[in-house]
Ligand binder design. Structure first.
Ligand code: ADP
Length: 418
């Protein structure tokens, strides 16, 4: 790898570029050192001098060299001994050593290689050969340094990544625990709510049921009072008797509706059977005959399906929706249409009227128990649509309404199709 390409590789990886390489020149003769420096100067690397084997050893203790040029013939410690000592040191064990010698005999070469030489350069030195051999080692050293630095950076990035992964795993575990805790609490609260709902429904049913008996007594005595004393006491007394009788009648209707609602609401038994909606509707029309005739209501219907369901309960649904369509009529005579359409795996049925219509902001509210949009001029208990909703939901369906004030209403209920 050239210096330029090493630099661009390092820039890509955002890593430090290796410094200039160090070359150790070892020769006891200063004029030889000067010659070596003159030849190698062009390489642009750091040239470090040592004029003896000892000095060379000192240098290798303190620096890392790309290559060592070692004169063989030196007083005191010669080149071979110096090389052997360099090899002994951990830091310089693998530093390439080029011997500079005038001898080409085999024994000489063998001693050199044995001492750790990687190559020989013979005197007189050929500057070109010297430069190219040295630059090969310099490049090798730089490449090694670059690899080492890259390995270090990658290792630290890896460690950082492992830390991040571990932290994320810890955070995920924490979230899992929180979720589990939340789910447990929600399940607990749902169970509590279900229990208190059940108790509430049972209480409502019991109260509505038990109030019927005393109400029957009040009703019969109020009717007795009316029959015996109307017109015989003063005008106020007649009015009071009328209030009592009407109040009792209202209460009777309320208890009847409440009982019907809590009976359906309390029931958890599975729905069995098939309901032919055409004949269910026919029965409803028959039972509402008087009301429909009195209000001159016109009622039409599409071909209706047979669905999985309880005919009595679905009859109650149609009855509530149709009697509401008559009750909340506009000035025109009521025109009511019952439709059914297969949509995917559902039957979407609807009861459409041309009545007063409903402000869209109340289209959810009206399905709540005791929720009414109209006053006393329209008799009612506010239970009819709540009962419709409960019955349809027990059949695995859903209810909704589309309406605008003055535009009539269309009540929908969707039931699962077979
Ligand atoms: P209610 O006994 O009051 O009729 P419901 O539960 O049947 O009770 O209906 C709730 C309220 O929804 C009614 O009081 C009325 O205000 C409104 N509503 C129901 N059906 C219709 C309809 N077809 N057109 C207009 N308003 C309606």
């Amino acid at each position: 790898m050239s210096q330029a390409s090493a630099a661009s590789e390092s820039t890509r990886l955002k890593m430090p570029v290796p410094q200039r390489a160090k070359i150790l020149l070892v020769d006891d003769r200063p004029e030889n050192l000067v010659t070596l420096e003159a030849i190698l100067e062009d390489l642009g690397e750091d040239l470090v001098r040592a004029s003896s084997g000892r000095e060379a050893l000192r240098q290798v203790l303190n620096h890392d060299f790309a290559v060592i040029l070692l004169d063989v013939k030196m007083p005191d410690i010669d080149g071979f001994e110096t090389a052997a000592l360099i090899r002994e040191r951990e830091r310089s064990r693998h530093t390439p050593i080029l011997f500079l010698t005038a001898h080409r005999d085999d024994e000489h070469l063998f001693r050199g290689y044995y001492a750790g030489a990687v190559d020989f350069l013979f005197k007189p030195l050929n500057p070109e050969v010297l430069r190219s051999k040295v630059s090969v080692f310099v490049e090798l050293a730089k490449k090694n340094e670059l690899l080492r630095v890259h390995a270090e950076v990658l290792e630290s990035r890896n460690a950082e990544l492992e830390r991040t992964v571990a932290e994320r795993q810890k955070a995920e575990e924490h979230v899992r625990q929180l979720n589990a805790e939340l789910e447990r609490r929600v399940a607990e609260r749902t169970e509590e709510l279900r229990r208190s709902n059940d108790q509430m429904r049972e209480f409502t049913y019991a109260a509505a049921h038990d109030l019927q008996e005393p109400l029957r007594t009040v009703a019969s005595y109020a009717q007795l009072l009316a029959a015996r004393y109307r017109g015989k006491l003063d005008a106020d007394a007649d009015e009071f008797i009328t209030f009592v009788v009407e109040g009792v009648q209202r209460m009777h209707v309320l208890l009847k509706d409440l009982l019907a609602y809590s009976q359906t609401a309390n029931s958890d038994t599975a729905i069995h059977g098939q309901a032919n909606l055409t004949s269910v509707l026919a029965k409803v029309i028959h039972s509402l005959e008087v009301t429909l005739r009195e209000s001159s209501a016109e009622i039409t219907h599409d071909p209706l399906p047979t669905v999985h369901g309880d005919p009595l309960q679905l009859g109650q649904v149609l009855q509530n929706l149709i009697s509401n369509a008559v009750k909340y009529r506009s000035l025109e005579s009521p025109r009511i249409h019952v439709a059914a359409e297969r949509c995917g795996n559902e039957w979407v049925c609807s009861v459409k009227d041309n009545g007063l219509g409903i402000d869209p902001q109340y289209k959810e509210l009206i399905f709540g128990i005791f929720k009414r949009l109209h006053g006393k001029q329209y008799p009612g208990t506010g239970i009819g649509l709540a009962l419709v909703k409960r019955i349809i939901e027990r059949h695995g369906g859903r209810v909704w309404v589309e309406s605008e004030p003055g535009q009539g209403s269309q009540f929908f209920f969707a039931l699962p199709a077979d």
